[in-house]
Design a protein around this ligand. Structure first.
Ligand code: SF4
Length: 388
């Protein structure tokens, strides 16, 4: 491009190995929001597609000199693909990458299928496990239900106890992923998650946008239910000594406040580095865009015929690599724009306007970031004055 901008290579590859799930969570962006394309996907990724995807990832890593990439086995529910399939997929990706590129594999699961056999297999393959759980039983079962309407907390908690007690727990346990529901008590949720001794907790804002707002958020309202919830957890987490776990959103915010770059799509101005390979082999942008409108993540590309570099050249991917140049005027004049980055790309969507605008969570993000900045500034000032 004329100003010297060049796309950055993808470093994370989400492989949607199984398109169905054994839970029926009522907030799932895949099954309950705007895009319903999962209905057209094969249940399971064919092995030919696994081979093509692995070859494209290897090709991308080699052509960009990447010595390390991340492969995320995703769904639907990826463990429904079965142990043989997962063994095959991990082997194919590592073989195609070759000895010059390390492939770190993570499986993101609802936990229900995480039995002893799976834990042994994942430990043997060197695959880390991320488990979705929304807190204590009351909080979790409010929305993460079996298709028959019963809550799933008991099964997930049992799996997490197996994971926590595994002799290779340190290598296996990647962390917990919890979607926020502001009706749940924040401290009770956080402390329930801590009982599983997670190395990391990811607290996710529920997906939504200006056209289909998240629960409890009235677009444009100055109310800040999500900031208030998160600040309560932040203060509890920040003041604990020693530190109990890594809460990714908070450590990312603190890192960016101190001048670093963000490693998450939720905040900051870091360019997107994630490519999604659908169950049928189509190459897509972030899956979460399914929450905006039907077809939002599509690129028109397929691993059978297209290199991943072609996705880098897609205008929508390029727009997500522009950093500050992709922010609207309102965000550019905001005091926290470098830290916030207009939040998650999917949360900026408004029908008719697209993604050029502030996040639907704008007041929450401003309040949360301002709070974290103020707490850090006070601590730094105390340190400078020899009071900490
Ligand atoms: S807080 Fe609001 S205005 Fe500021 S950068 Fe974030 S979304 Fe934009």
């Amino acid at each position: 491009m004329a100003d010297g901008w060049r796309p950055l290579p993808f470093r994370e590859f989400v492989l949607k190995i199984h398109s169905r799930c054994d839970l029926a969570c009522d907030y799932c962006y895949m099954y309950t929001m705007a895009d319903q394309s999962w209905r057209l996907q094969p249940r399971q990724m064919p092995r030919t597609v696994v081979d093509q995807a692995a070859a494209r990832i290897g090709e991308h890593a080699h052509s960009h000199g990447l010595t390390q990439v991340k492969l995320i086995l995703h769904g639907g529910e990826p463990l429904l693909a079965g142990t043989d399939f997962i063994t095959y997929a991990v082997g194919a990706a590592r073989e195609a990458a070759g000895p010059g590129t390390r492939v770190d594999v993570v499986v993101q699961t609802n936990g229900l299928g995480l039995d002893h056999g799976y834990l042994e297999l994942l430990a043997r393959l060197g695959v880390r496990v991320g488990v979705s759980i929304d807190g204590n039983a009351a909080a979790h079962d409010r929305r993460r239900k079996h298709p028959n309407g019963l809550g799933s907390h008991a099964g997930v908690a049992a799996a997490l106890r197996r994971l926590d007690g595994h002799p290779q727990r340190g290598d296996l346990f990647g962390g917990l992923l919890a979607t926020i529901d502001v009706r749940n008590d924040p401290i009770a949720v956080y402390e329930a998650l801590l009982t599983f001794n997670p190395p990391m907790i990811d607290l996710l804002l529920p997906h939504g946008n200006w056209t289909a707002p998240p629960p409890g958020r009235v677009p444009g309202s100055p109310e800040t239910p999500y900031a208030d919830w998160l600040i309560t957890v932040f203060d509890r987490w920040y003041q604990a000594a020693p530190r109990e776990t890594n809460v990714r959103l908070f450590t990312e915010l603190m890192h960016v406040i101190l001048g670093g770059t963000s490693g998450t799509e939720s905040v900051g101005l870091s360019p997107t580095a994630v490519a999604v390979i659908q169950t049928d082999g189509t190459i897509e942008q972030s899956d979460v865009l399914k929450s905006a409108y039907p077809g939002a993540p599509l690129t028109g590309l397929h691993v059978a015929r297209d290199q991943l570099d072609a996705a880098l050249a897609h205008p929508a991917v390029a727009a997500r690599q522009l950093g500050i140049r992709a922010l609207c005027d309102d965000c550019l004049s905001c005091p926290v724009h470098r830290v916030c980055g207009a939040g998650h790309y999917a949360h900026r969507y408004l029908a008719g306007r697209g993604f050029l605008g502030p996040s639907v969570y704008c007041p929450d993000l401003l309040k949360l970031i301002s709070h974290v900045q103020a707490v850090m500034a006070a601590d730094i000032a105390a340190l400078a004055n020899g009071r900490a």
